[in-house]
Design a protein around this ligand. Structure first.
Ligand code: KG4
Ligand code: ZN
Length: 346
């Protein structure tokens, strides 16, 4: 099939997303976020997120169809995030997708959210290069993937052994008295010197690299920032928030970029794709632009607005599945909160 038309539904965390993609063309990407309901708690409250999905689902679906000027009868398939994510939140999306697919007589694919973060770049830069290394950096996950085929052949080379990169941003933001979500706020506040403070680079010592070459660790960095701030405040040091933010950000991005480029060069893979909320980070993108050419690596990064959770990324996975003629998911499939990244579709 040349250019499948797929509607994708995403509800794994706090964004209700509905996207419509035809081939590599993005027709609609409607996102309703419940973020502001979680701000005062400093993180996503699952029950609150689930209820917000229930309220936002139908209007978001209708807006996406109207924006794309698509009638459901024209769709080739519906795709929905089956996992990983918050159980209650996922369940709302899966129920809505099942109801829609049955009502519209369309095949339904229950797909992997993480794969969506990788696949979404096809709407910005065309068909995915294969093989490629994917650096997946979100609020809940941080891993390096070898993608030989986006629909059927994904190998996890390594992952975080503690906090995800986005989680580190969110926790450090809290330490610095900044609001949730911390990633965009720190990105904005990081106006000082990235070399002001030398924060630790987790799992980069020679000994760690032997066992954890493609793994990450950010909890030591988070603790180091908290300790540094605590000591500075105890001693009455007049430090600049911009220096702490920039130095923390430099440490995160340095490790991500080093390990991603190492995976490319050591496995002989020319293409690096970045995805997930942290892939929106301005320093991660500029550092890759600085260092990738010397490693002979070409980087693909979706526009920042497609890095955070949305429905188009799920539609993009659906497009790849329909293109390959893969069968839809069994009707009884359910939300799977800890779906492994290698399972592209249920
Ligand atoms: O992919 P995503 O929207 O949701 C998950 O699947 O987790 O990622 C959300 C994470 C949050 O931790 C947020 O702080 C982080 O992505 N994030 C950023 C930026 N924008 C969002 N981190 C660093 N810099 C950014 N500009
Ligand atoms: Zn995500």
């Amino acid at each position: 099939m040349a250019d499948p038309l797929v509607l994708g539904i995403e509800t794994s965390c706090d964004e209700t997303g509905v996207g419509i993609v035809r081939g590599t063309e993005l027709l609609a990407n409607e996102v309703a976020s419940s973020m502001e309901l979680h701000v005062r708690f400093g993180g996503v409250v699952p029950e609150v997120a689930s209820r917000a999905h229930l309220e936002a689902m139908v209007p978001t679906l209708q807006r996406a169809l109207a924006t794309a000027e698509v009638d459901p009868s024209e769709l080739d398939a519906v795709a929905v995030t089956a996992g990983p994510g918050l159980m209650g939140a996922l369940a709302v999306g899966v129920a809505a997708a099942k109801a829609s697919a049955v009502a519209w007589h369309k095949p339904l694919y229950g797909v992997n959210h993480l794969v969506g973060h990788v696949a979404v770049d096809l709407v910005d830069h065309g068909d995915l290069p294969t093989p490629c290394i994917a650096l997946l950096v979100s609020g809940g996950h941080t891993s390096l993937l070898l993608v030989r085929d986006i629909a059927s052949d994904i190998t996890e080379l390594g992952a975080t052994i503690d906090d995800a990169a986005g989680e580190a941003y969110d926790k450090v933001a809290r330490v610095l008295g900044l609001s949730y979500p911390g990633g965009p706020v720190i990105d904005r506040e990081a106006t000082g010197s990235p070399t002001a403070i030398r924060f630790p680079r987790g799992l980069t010592s020679r000994r760690d690299l032997e066992r954890h070459r493609y793994d990450f660790s950010f909890s030591g960095l988070k603790t180091a920032v908290a300790r540094w701030v605590e000591i500075a405040e105890r001693d009455g040091v007049d430090y600049r928030l911009g220096d702490v933010a920039a130095s923390f950000q430099e440490a995160v991005c340095d490790v991500l970029v080093r390990k991603a480029l190492d995976a490319c060069t050591s496995l002989g893979v020319e293409h690096l794709l970045i995805g997930g909320g942290v892939a929106a980070n301005s320093r991660l993108r500029s550092m890759l632009a600085e260092r990738a050419p010397a490693a002979g690596v070409q980087v693909r990064s979706p526009r920042p607005g497609l890095c955070t959770d949305n429905g188009a990324m799920i539609a993009a996975v659906g497009v790849e599945l329909v293109r390959r003629g893969l069968p839809p998911s069994p009707p009884a499939f359910g939300a799977t909160s800890s779906l492994p990244v290698a399972t592209v579709v249920l």
